[in-house]
Design a protein around this ligand. Structure first.
Ligand code: ARG
Length: 469
């Protein structure tokens, strides 16, 4: 049995090295179960169009089921790697022909690898988008659970911009902020799965449709798609869903990398806000005292490398004539690599997050350092009728004076500010807790607002829960 699905028109055998160069079997083996599924759909198209008999269809279906078993028990991978197949699609076709004999020879009737690859990739995208959504969901849910705990404890931390102390916030507020991108990730993954299901390329054949009466609707519905694709050329030549899947993973990893970076900084003794549990930390081969936050550093790195791979995947489409070109094989490989890596990274990120514990006292102590209540004092002046510009300047001067004396802002500053502003007296928050309590706007760090945020994100997450079930 030849490992190739073509050859009749050639006089000599293919160059073995060029054949190996063109093979994607090393990267697309992960598509095997989805290709079997796609082939099952094609059997439905053949059966519906009476291109094969019921008996042949049954033989093909049972041969495909047998290959499915071999995929699950690992023997198919050995088989595929043991022959010079161009790709997983050819390997499955060959194995079906071995199992089903003459009936197997009809599996590829009216089919091209072009519509086969496009359909298989969509089935893969649905599965991995679901898995990605579950990972993002679990990370968001874990962050919200931590937020609830820290809200009860009223843990305070210095909210920073530019990495400089800005204003005190509740740690719970910050944790909700970390959860929001993962909520959006769940929606993004769900949208990928929805788009994947909306249009089935199977039956588009090489590019022009088929002269055989393939029952495309039957195939599409058997595979869970809403309908057959509209235009055969577009169906075999576009990789929109694959790229959207890759994009969804890259975005989730970039979001994770930002939190990872914060936790890397916070775990350094200079901050000392968090401790990464022993089981999640790594040591140094030389410096006995070291404990390093490697999982978070690797999350950061994978975000960058997957972004690079995404640029590569999208780049292969630049200037590519809108049909099948072999370049698309590279888009396929990159997409698979991004999705497989993305799932592993999100899983590791979730585990590392669970190993983080907070040093609440240290956070609280740092929360008022750096004059983080200055804005609340300026706001109090504004409420007393002072213009925003004047209030900013007055408090800025008070901060400079306190700083030169090496002390925090206190009641004396409020008295002096009132006198300078020409008002009778000034009431304003001087500690972190009062600053947080003073916040009045929707979406702020005030405890009541944070409780509403947790409730709202949790409710939205629940409404997205298992969006594919
Ligand atoms: N190995 C190719 C891929 O995965 C299969 C499609 C080949 N089609 C073709 N017309 N040569 O993209």
């Amino acid at each position: 049995m030849s490992a190739l699905q073509w050859g009749g028109r050639f006089g000599v055998a293919p160059d073995a090295q060029l054949l190996a160069f063109g093979s994607s079997i090393g990267e697309d083996l992960v598509l095997a179960p989805f290709d079997v599924e796609c082939s099952r759909g094609h059997v439905e198209a053949l059966r519906g169009g009476k291109i094969v008999t019921e008996a042949q269809a049954a033989e093909l279906t049972s041969a495909l089921a047998a290959v499915g078993v071999e995929i699950r028990d690992g023997s198919f991978a050995n088989y595929a790697r043991g022959h010079p197949f161009e790709d997983v699609h050819g390997a499955i076709d060959a194995r079906v022909r071995e199992i089903a004999g003459v009936a197997g020879e009809s599996l590829h009737a009216g089919r091209s690898r072009n519509d086969q690859v496009a359909t298989t990739l969509l089935l893969y995208a649905i599965d991995r988008a679901q898995a990605g959504a579950e990972r993002a969901h679990d990370i968001a849910a874990a962050l919200l659970a931590r937020a609830r705990e820290e809200l009860e404890l009223r843990t305070i931390v210095a909210g920073c911009t530019h990495r400089q102390p800005a204003q005190p916030v509740l740690l719970a507020f910050l944790l909700v902020a970390w959860s929001e991108p993962f909520l959006r990730s769940v929606s993004r993954f769900a949208a990928v799965a929805r788009a994947a299901r909306s249009s089935c390329p199977l039956g588009s054949a090489a590019l022009a449709g088929s002269s055989l009466p393939l029952d495309r609707k039957q195939a599409a519905h058997a595979l869970g798609f809403t309908q057959p694709s509209r235009n055969a050329l577009d169906a075999i030549g576009n990789r929109d869903v694959a790229l959207d899947l890759a994009h969804a993973f890259v975005r989730a990893l970039v979001d994770a990398s930002r939190i990872a970076e914060e936790l890397i900084a916070w775990s350094a003794p200079a901050y000392g806000y968090v401790r990464l549990g022993d089981a999640a930390s790594t040591g140094s081969s030389l410096m006995p005292q070291k404990r390093n936050p490697d999982p978070f550093e690797l999350v950061r790195a994978h975000a960058a490398t997957s972004l690079g791979a995404y640029a590569g995947a999208l780049g292969t489409l630049c200037g590519l004539a809108p049909s099948y070109q072999r370049d698309l094989q590279e888009t396929k490989s990159r997409t698979i690599a991004i999705a497989e890596d993305g799932l592993a990274v999100l899983r590791a990120f979730g585990r590392a997050l669970a190993a983080v514990s907070f040093d609440r006292e240290r956070m609280a102590r740092a929360a008022v350092a750096g004059y983080t209540v200055a804005t609340d004092i300026a706001d109090a002046l504004i409420s007393a009728g002072v213009t925003a510009r004047a209030a900013h300047a007055l408090v800025g001067t008070a901060v400079a004076a306190a700083e030169s004396e090496g002390r925090a802002l206190d009641e004396r500053d409020l008295t002096r500010l009132a006198a300078n502003a020409g008002i009778e007296s000034l009431q304003a928050p001087l500690d972190a807790r009062a600053s947080i309590e003073a916040k009045q706007t929707h979406g702020s760090t005030a405890p009541g607002a944070v409780r509403s945020q947790i409730d709202a994100v949790e409710a939205e997450l629940a409404s997205l829960e298992r969006p594919f079930a």
